[in-house]
Each structure stands twice: as structure tokens, then as C-alpha cells.
Ligand binder design. Structure first.
Ligand code: CAA
Length: 391
């Protein structure tokens, strides 16, 4: 049987039209801004307009990606999110329609807090193992929305990462190295009647660190030939970038070694400005890592995926020669971040208050220049519109 490498052959991203500066939030709260910049490692966060949601973000990121692959062989669309817009229908079905994909595609939504995109990626690898001529579109899209005036508020954010998984990938070949961890912890959860999570913040830090070490140990048990020194860069789930530093330090302590901060430094530039994007966050870290370093060919990346509740996975992938050729388009990433309109704290709080969890009839104002709009709800059905396609 022919052996294929399988992994990410292309990737694209999207974020919201609005941003809130943490200097402005700190000023409003009477908090020292250094707590956010240094203590959390965050500068600002993306805020969705009333006509943006996980579907519009996902469709924007995926349409950019699919436009580069007119001959694509996508037969699966796996949509990973914590921020589901329906208890039954997959958000992926809306995206399938907005992208104009063929009917013979399997579409499904996956959920486990910030972890589910990793499960989706591994399912994609499984599918390509059986059908190596096909491609899987994995989309991670989330809006981290905490209650106003809570400790989690400065760690909000939003974004989507679309990834095309195939045999003989151009970006990162995923290896069979993987380790798992599950523990029933009430660190962060969101009951179906609540638009914001219940959070035990300090417990969540400990749960994250325990899970990181547990998943790493399991991976090493399963891949006895692999050593810590074989991993050239570490990518962590980044609810706030300081968390990646804590996890990196904790892993070193767990293993009795000192790990160089340089091994994580290049992965944090995007999330510092984006905020938490839950299950997309690890893959924004990947986008930053690949964009910020052009010398990674054949280098091994170690991925730490964590989802509260809690589930974690550690896995590895090898960056493919020539990967930079396929990253030119990520230049728009910084441009998108810079193009976000800055909200005043009053405007942001008003937007936060106006969020609707119900499905009564309403229409949304056209207040952001989005390619895909959430137009509102009619007869309990969410309405989406296609605007100008992104450049
Ligand atoms: N200057 C510099 N640093 C300062 C400072 C100042 N003036 N004031 C405080 N700090 C530092 C503190 O020392 C602390 O740093 P260390 O943790 O390194 O000691 C940091 O700023 C934060 O300060 P506090 O711990 O006092 O902050 P807090 O209690 O108000 O909130 C939090 C912190 C609990 C993480 C809160 O933001 C939160 O609940 N966030 C949401 C939950 C979360 O993201 N958890 C992460 C793990 S769970 C996960 O990863 C899943 C997910 O995506 C949600």
C-alpha cells in the first residue's frame, strides 16, 4: 500500500470588523493597563458587529482558501466551534451553502470547548488515510464572549481559521505522534440558556497545565523514539498569550528542564491582537508561527490543544519544504487586524448588551464591511447574505 504524508496543505483566516483596545478598557475600569499587556499578554481584542457570527467568519476564511483551489476535491466539511448558532443544525451547513460546495459533501459540527478543531483535524487525517485523493475542509470558528465586568472580559476575542487537509500537504505534515487527556473539571462551561460562560478562572489555569503535562506524557508513551529535543517549536492554545508562557514553563518544570522562551515566541503575535478565539486560537498560533519564520522547513512543531471541561491533546507535525510559497496570502492577516474599526468602551458595551440568544424575528444593521452577513432571524431561521467577496 502506498504511504502518503497527510496534513495541512493550505490555511486562511478571518476576524471581525471591530476591535477594543485594552488600554481603553483598563481606563474605563480603573485598572492598570500593565495587567493586560504584561499580566495577560494581550493588547486588544476583536469584537463582532451585530451582523457577524461564527458562520460569517468561517465563510470569509474558507472562501479565501477555496478561491485558491478551483479544482479542489473537498468531500468533508468539519466545523469546530464552542459558539454554535443552533442546537441541531451544523453551522457548517450554512457555510457549505455560502461557499457553493457540491451536495456530495459530508458536513458536521464538532464541540469540546477550545479543543474540537484538533479532533476535526485528526478525523480529517483518518478520512484521507482511507481516501487519499480527497480533501477535507476543517474550519475552526469561535467568538469568545464573557460577561461584562468579569475577570474573563479582557480575554474576549473572535476569529476563524480554515484549513485544507490532504495527502502530500504543502504546509505541515501531521505525524502519528499524539497523546490524549480527559478529566471532568468545571473550569469553564456554558449551559444552553447562557450566552456567556461560567468560569472558575484560577481553576482553569491549573486544569490547563495539568492537561498539558498529561497529554504530553501520553504522547511520549505512544512514541517512545521521540524526545523533547526533537521538537523545534511549541504551539499552545492561547486564551491569552501569557498562558502559553505559563504552559511552556510548566512543561519544563514537569520534565525537569529549562525550556527556552524562543521556542514559543513567534507563535503569539496574532493572538496578542486578536484575543481568545477558543478552538481557532491554536491554529492562529500556527498561522503566526509559519508567517513569522521562513526557516522552518523540515522542523517539527509540537501542538498543545486544550479545551476546558476538559480535554487535551499533544501532537506533532513537520513543516514542509517550500511552505513559504503558500503563505503569501497571509499578508492580509496583519492588514485585516489593522483594518478593524476601534470601538469606544461605550459602543462596545452597547454591542455586548444588544447580543441576541433568542430566535424571534429581527434584522441586523449593516455596520461592518463583511463579505458574508448575518442578516437576522425570520420564522426562527437564521438568514445569511453574501456581499462583496474578500480580496
Ligand atoms: N502589572 C503587571 N502584571 C499584573 C498587574 C500589573 N499592574 N496586575 C496583575 N498582574 C498580573 C498578575 O500577577 C497575573 O500574572 P500571573 O498569573 O503571571 O501571576 C496576571 O496579571 C493576571 O492577574 P490576576 O490573576 O489577578 O487576574 P484575574 O484574576 O483578574 O483574571 C484570569 C485572570 C483568571 C485568567 C481571567 O482573565 C479569566 O478568568 N480568564 C478566562 C479563563 C481563561 O482564559 N482561562 C485559561 C485556561 S482555560 C482555557 O484555556 C480555555 C479557554 O480558552 C477559556
Amino acid at each position: 500500500m502506498t504511504q502518503y504524508s497527510i496534513g495541512l496543505t493550505d490555511l486562511d483566516v478571518a476576524t471581525t470588523g471591530y476591535v477594543l483596545s485594552l488600554d481603553d478598557l483598563a481606563d474605563y475600569q480603573g485598572t492598570d493597563p500593565a495587567k493586560y499587556h504584561l499580566g495577560l499578554g494581550q493588547d486588544c481584542f476583536s469584537v463582532p458587529g451585530a451582523d457577524e457570527d461564527i458562520v460569517t467568519l468561517a465563510a470569509t476564511a474558507a472562501s479565501r482558501l477555496v478561491a485558491r483551489h478551483p479544482e479542489h476535491k473537498i468531500t468533508q466539511l468539519y466545523f469546530a466551534t464552542e459558539t454554535g448558532v443552533d442546537q441541531s443544525k451544523s453551522a457548517g451547513v450554512f457555510v457549505h451553502q455560502l461557499l457553493g460546495l457540491a451536495p456530495n459533501v459530508r458536513t458536521v459540527e464538532l464541540k469540546q470547548a477550545c479543543y474540537s478543531a484538533t479532533a476535526a483535524l485528526q478525523l480529517a487525517v483518518g478520512h484521507i488515510t482511507r481516501f487519499p485523493q480527497e480533501q477535507v475542509l476543517v474550519i475552526a470558528s469561535d467568538i469568545a464572549r464573557y460577561a461584562l465586568d468579569t475577570p474573563g472580559e479582557p480575554t474576549q476575542g473572535a476569529g476563524a481559521v480554515a484549513m485544507l487537509v490532504s495527502a502530500e500537504p504543502h504546509l505541515v505534515a501531521l505525524e502519528p505522534v499524539t497523546g490524549f487527556y480527559t478529566a471532568d473539571v468545571n473550569d469553564f462551561w456554558r449551559p444552553t440558556d447562557s450566552s456567556t460562560p461560567y468560569v472558575n478562572g484560577h481553576l482553569s489555569l491549573d486544569a490547563y497545565l495539568d492537561a498539558t503535562a498529561g497529554a504530553y506524557d501520553d504522547a511520549m508513551r505512544r512514541a517512545p523514539g521521540l524526545d523533547l529535543e526533537d521538537i523545534d517549536r511549541f504551539l499552545h492554545h492561547q486564551p491569552f498569550t501569557k498562558m502559553a508562557r505559563k504552559a511552556h514553563r510548566h512543561l519544563g518544570q514537569h520534565l525537569g528542564v529549562e525550556l527556552d522562551d524562543a521556542l514559543i515566541e513567534e507563535s503569539m503575535s496574532v493572538n496578542r491582537q486578536l484575543g481568545n478565539s477558543y478552538t481557532a486560537s491554536l491554529y492562529f498560533a500556527l498561522a503566526a508561527q509559519l508567517t513569522n519564520n521562513a526557516e522552518l522547513a523540515r522542523k517539527r512543531l509540537g501542538f498543545f490543544s486544550y479545551g476546558s471541561g476538559s480535554v487535551a491533546e499533544f501532537f506533532t507535525g513537520v513543516v514542509q519544504p517550500g511552505y513559504t510559497v503558500h503563505l503569501d496570502y497571509l499578508e492580509h492577516l496583519q492588514a485585516d487586524l489593522n483594518a478593524r474599526k476601534t470601538l469606544s468602551v461605550e459602543q462596545y458595551r452597547q454591542l455586548h448588551h444588544s447580543y441576541r440568544l433568542d430566535s424571534d424575528n429581527y434584522t441586523t444593521p449593516t455596520d461592518t464591511a463583511t463579505s458574508f452577513r448575518f442578516a437576522g432571524v425570520t420564522d426562527h431561521v437564521r438568514q445569511y447574505e453574501t456581499g462583496l467577496l474578500p480580496s
